[in-house]
Design a protein around this ligand. Structure first.
Ligand SMILES: [Zn+2]
Length: 252
């Protein structure tokens, strides 16, 4: 009789205890699998954002992290290239110089100076024809190979030219493919400092400061016109980038 009275509550207690145990085990499993708020099935660390986009253009730094890649186009220039090299050396920065063949032929010493400071070369065609993408394959080949050959003459056979950049950043599949056949990566950018428009030093500084982010490839110019604004902007931007914790890398 006693049992009859007591059994149902005992049954309930066991049921409650069993339920509590199940809940506790479930909670422990959940706690272990979601430590630090990570999802139970934590994915592998995010792979680096691909440096080469599906269109085959490089717009990111080679390394992941707080890096930027500086690139200077349209030189070498006897006035501005040495000033830019000095500014880069003071900041311990590296950069890639996209040179125009006609300037290379005029100033081969500057190609050697760029290399001696630990910088990299980029082929920016023989004559900076912004309609290159409309030209025949033969003409495109001559423009790309012509600059490449001038760089070899200036700095010695087999000097590395890891990049090619199309004039004006205007690409076509043949342009990209011919550069690739020469062993060069198609170098684009992700931040245009717009120094080519001569907007004033302050504006160039502001544009870069507002647009820069880890992995950015920044477009600037050491040739193709008066580049005083670029040099002055660089002298402000380099210490600022360093103060922000940026390091300097190559395009990927
Ligand atoms: Zn250019």
């Amino acid at each position: 009789m006693r049992y009859r009275v007591l059994r149902p509550p005992y049954c309930y207690r066991w049921a409650i205890l069993l339920s509590a145990l199940v809940v506790a085990i479930a909670a422990m499993v959940s706690a272990f699998s979601s430590a630090d708020g990570a999802p139970a099935q934590a994915p592998a660390p995010a792979a680096k954002a691909v440096a080469t986009t599906p269109d085959g253009l490089v717009r990111e730094t080679a390394r992941e992290g707080k890096f930027v890649a500086l690139t200077f186009d349209d030189g070498p220039d006897p006035v501005y290239t040495p000033q830019i090299l000095d500014a880069l050396s003071r900041a311990g920065a590296v950069a890639t110089f996209c040179m125009v063949g006609t300037n290379v032929a005029r100033h081969p010493d500057l190609v050697r100076a760029v290399l001696s400071r630990g910088m990299r070369l980029c082929d920016h065609t023989l004559s900076h024809d912004e309609d290159l993408s409309k030209r025949s394959e033969q003409r495109v080949t001559a423009e790309i190979a012509g600059c490449w050959s001038d760089l070899q003459v200036a700095a010695g056979a087999d000097v590395p030219v890891p990049y090619f950049r199309a004039p004006g950043g205007i690409w076509s599949d043949p342009v990209r493919q011919i550069a690739a056949r020469q062993g060069m990566k198609a170098l684009s950018w992700s931040v245009d400092a717009r120094d080519w428009a001569l907007p004033g030093t302050a504006k160039i500084v502001e544009t870069v400061r507002q647009s820069v982010r880890p992995g950015a490839v920044i477009l600037l110019h050491d040739g193709g016109g008066k580049r005083t604004q670029t040099v002055e902007a660089l002298n402000q931007l380099l210490p600022w980038l360093v103060a922000q914790g940026y390091q300097f890398d190559w395009p990927g």
